[in-house]
Design a protein around this ligand. Structure first.
Ligand code: CP
Length: 277
């Protein structure tokens, strides 16, 4: 299924659509099994897994470790990287599969968890107006202040794949029009805290209550006044009152918490795939 049968899970565009969809199906299947309380499924029995971190992590560490525990891994080794060790080198020189839990460049496990969540709530992935993809067709609209546009090489690559409609705009109201899902991230990422004050200034007008009031959507009673119904997603950690208000993150149409749970289910399915289980 994968392009050249990849050993590692580093970037989504290394894979065929069929492989990604197969892993997503598996995630839903294993999630249902765990939710049902079926503890007889212990595919990681006798396996040892290692996690290597360059930065502090909460969600990535907890979601992987919970998956290890539930699927009964024998041993989990956890280490903090002493020097910066590129994940591409690690994958190149190791004989075992390497899964990209998060790098500065990309976060494929998060994308898989997002995809599981979208399928659960919208019932389909293809054609959804949200995520960038060179693998599955999306209508992706990125809205950001001038100067914060995504990396040109990545956008070009996705455009070249020719299956997704990709737009970049600086106009929040225009961007959310007809959206199935609106997705926000924290304005200044971990390790960029010195930029936080600057981002707060530049991103004024991009906070998620303003946007929805702008398109006449009332989150508090889940009423669509004039415009489409959209789900709200955020990969967390969220700075409440900064990029998103409490009202939005707690709204009926917010799927932030199932999205967070799905990190584990998506990652379990990724690990099962790469272990050939
Ligand atoms: N969203 C996410 O990956 O969070 P951590 O940095 O806490 O792992």
């Amino acid at each position: 299924g994968s392009k050249g049968e990849e050993k590692d899970f580093l970037h989504l565009s290394d894979f065929e659509k069929a492989t990604i969809l197969k892993i997503l199906d598996r995630a839903a299947e294993v999630k249902a099994q765990l939710k049902f309380g079926d503890r007889s499924f212990t595919p990681f029995k006798g396996k040892s897994m290692a996690m290597i971190f360059a930065k502090p992590s909460m969600r990535t560490r907890v979601s992987f470790e919970t998956g290890f525990f539930l699927l009964e891994v024998m041993l989990c080794i956890w280490d903090q990287m002493i020097s910066r060790w590129d994940i591409l080198d690690l994958a190149k020189y190791s004989s075992v599969s390497v899964i990209n839990g998060l790098t500065d460049y990309n976060h494929p496990c998060q994308i898989m968890a997002d995809a599981v969540t979208i399928i659960e709530h919208i019932g389909r992935l293809e054609g959804t107006k949200l995520l960038p993809a060179s693998v599955v067709p999306f209508h992706f609209v990125c809205v950001c202040p001038k100067g914060f546009e995504p990396d040109k090489e990545t956008v070009d690559k996705a455009q070249k794949a020719g299956i997704s409609k990709i737009e970049i705009t600086n106009d929040p109201k225009e961007a959310v029009k007809d959206a199935d899902v609106v997705y926000s991230d924290v304005w200044a990422s971990m390790g960029q805290k010195e930029e936080a004050a600057y981002c707060r200034q530049v991103f004024q007008g991009f906070q998620f209550i303003l946007l929805f009031l702008g398109c006449q959507y009332n989150w508090f009673d889940n009423a669509i006044l004039d415009g489409p119904k959209a789900y709200f997603m955020h990969c967390l950690p969220a700075e409440r009152g900064v990029e998103v208000t409490d009202g939005v993150i707690e709204a009926p149409n917010s799927i932030v918490f199932p999205q967070a749970e799905n990190r584990m289910h998506a990652q379990n399915a990724i690990m099962l795939h790469f272990l050939g289980l």
